[in-house]
Design a protein around this ligand. Sequence first.
Ligand code: ZN
Length: 160
Amino acid sequence: MQIEPNAVVTLHYTLKDNDGAVIDQSEDGSFLYLHGAMNIVPGLESALAGKAAGDEFSVTISAEEGYGTKDPERIQEVPKEMFEGNDEIQVGVQFHAQSPDGQAVVVTVVEVKDDVVVIDGNHALAGVDLNFDVKVVEIRAASEEEISHGHVHGPHGHDH
Ligand code: ZN
């Protein structure tokens, strides 16, 4: 079986930045995803299409095909008094917020000034080229339930 829409794919992967530093990797070879359901970034999904179990490859995915480019509008200054009572405000702190269109986003403090805190609502990997080393371990057909849910069930899959 080849990787095609509605295939459940098990991968080993290592993700590195352009300097070769490891950003992320699959744990115990148990990363599963449902192909065609946007479970993974678009560039990696298209690179995997048509591959078979046992295939190994490396692919570089531009930020545009990965987690997107950095949107300057998602970097904002917020009055410091909004954080009053919170001594934890320092660069690198992350918290949950709501974007103007109502979506839950993770926001990172990138700068603390005298009166304002600069926050960045971009994905941590926005603007980063993604270098994947991938091995396809296993491919199976998804169940109808998995297809209707848009994710993988079972061990290492989505847990309801
Ligand atoms: Zn489900």
